[in-house]
Design a protein around this ligand. Structure first.
Ligand code: 2P0
Length: 335
């Protein structure tokens, strides 16, 4: 551990990640350090160009932590989600000062991509460096997880796996020349948050136990497919993981149904390309958008096909991206 950077600020950048094998459900928590422990292992790809940039400084003059996100100060409820990250960094650094945080999401407006993973990863990295903590990537991942489970994976570039307190790197961005093509069906706020939906699924869905019991097998298959760069095998695993996750959620009470007719239409377009021999694996998260993993050489063709689907508002093409990074900046850099 080195000295806290009291006279400076730190800026961190972290990318959005998309799960190829899904996290959905939490393990029981016995204490504050158990927050957002996963019930199932997951596997992800961190994306290039879709990032959160977060700058933080100590603010002993403030009565409490302050986070300004995209120009607006977070209300107490939203701040409460980040508090476990901030409190953990303070505890590790034996510090008391509030943090003053300015954060910007560089995700195209209306992309419909969740930024809590990149946001909590950037917050953990920026505050930990400011506090003088010298954490390994795994330790940093465990701190980011306290804010949002999926944030544990955004510490790492390329492909990451998460199956316990912290995530780990599986393969760097250069491992595989693939693209994630995102068909945006609806960019608005979701009806039910991921956190609420996965909690309700665990409490009320008769299929939750089945979801948990099959997860390890799919994860192992997905990991092997990524390491072997086997897109047909990974595609099968991605689709099964998505359908099983959504099946469990749809069977909750009240049901959680994120699909729209345009989601199905996008899948039909991918299927038509598949008949022509184009390999793609698709996935969907806690929303109606469809994301297709394809070889880089096929990305433009897939983009074109998805853009023509009725109800698809826009299409993004994303390459594998780097893990979180930090730099020390002037104390007034973001203020
Ligand atoms: C994932 N999702 O693996 C899954 C698939 C959405 C669908 O992780 O409660 O914001 O903060 O741990 O990480 C989104 O949920 O939930 C998510 P919390 P999180 O990417």
């Amino acid at each position: 551990m080195s000295a806290p950077l009291t006279g400076q600020a730190v800026t961190a950048r972290a990318g959005v990640n998309i799960a190829l094998v899904k996290y959905w459900g939490k393990a029981p928590a016995r204490g504050p350090e158990d927050l957002n422990l996963p019930a199932v292992p997951s596997l992800s790809l961190t994306l290039d160009g879709l990032t959160t940039e977060t700058t933080v400084r100590f603010a002993p003059e403030l009565p409490n932590d302050r986070i300004v996100l995209d120009g607006r100060e977070l209300d107490p409820a939203a701040l409460g989600r980040a508090r476990p990250v901030l409190d953990r960094v303070r505890a590790l650094g034996d510090l008391a000062s509030p943090f003053d945080v300015v954060s910007t999401n560089h995700v195209p407006t209306g992309a419909g991509l969740a930024s809590s993973a990149s946001g909590m990863a950037a917050l953990a990295a920026a505050t930990a460096r400011l506090a003088g903590l010298e954490l390994s990537p795994g330790q940093l991942s465990a701190v980011a997880r306290l804010g949002s489970g999926s944030a544990s994976r955004s510490i790492f570039g390329g492909f990451a796996a998460w199956e316990g307190p912290e995530a780990r790197a599986v393969a760097p961005p250069s491992h595989w020349d693939v693209r994630l093509v995102v068909a945006v069906v609806d960019a608005g706020p979701k009806d039910t948050s991921s956190r609420d939906a996965m909690g309700r699924t665990a409490r009320t869905s008769p299929y939750h136990a089945g979801w948990v019991s099959q997860a390890r097998g799919l994860f192992d298959e997905g990991l092997a497919a990524v390491l072997a760069r086997d897109l047909p095998a990974l595609a099968e695993v991605m689709e099964l993981s998505t359908l099983r996750m959504h099946a469990a959620a749809m069977a909750a009470r009240p049901p959680v149904l994120y699909w729209r007719s345009a989601s199905l239409a996008a899948l039909e377009a991918l299927r038509a390309l598949g008949v022509q021999g184009l390999v793609s694996g698709w996935t969907m998260d806690a929303g109606p958008n469809v994301k297709a993993l394809v070889h880089a050489a096929d990305a433009e063709r897939v983009r074109g096909a998805l853009a023509e689907v009725a109800g698809v508002q826009r299409v993004l093409v994303c390459a594998p991206g780097p893990g979180v990074s930090t730099e020390v900046v002037a104390r007034d850099a973001a203020w």
